[in-house]
Design a protein. Sequence first.
Length: 72
Amino acid sequence: MRETISIWWFSGLLLFCYGIVILATGIYELSHPLAHPPTLSYLHAPIWWGALLAIVGVVYLVRFHPKKIGTR
């Protein structure tokens, strides 16, 4: 019998990967400020959004892990 993998697991994987990339970009921008920063750059939105996406991605990866599907 073949196990199925939920589409939500792949969505979690994408959210996690995008979150890590955005978080890394935000950290890089923090250490290397732009010459002409945007108006609200002091809020460091890429750091917050990257962390949020990574956390939500991990939640989806754990919740919809392929090995857990058969035990529900």
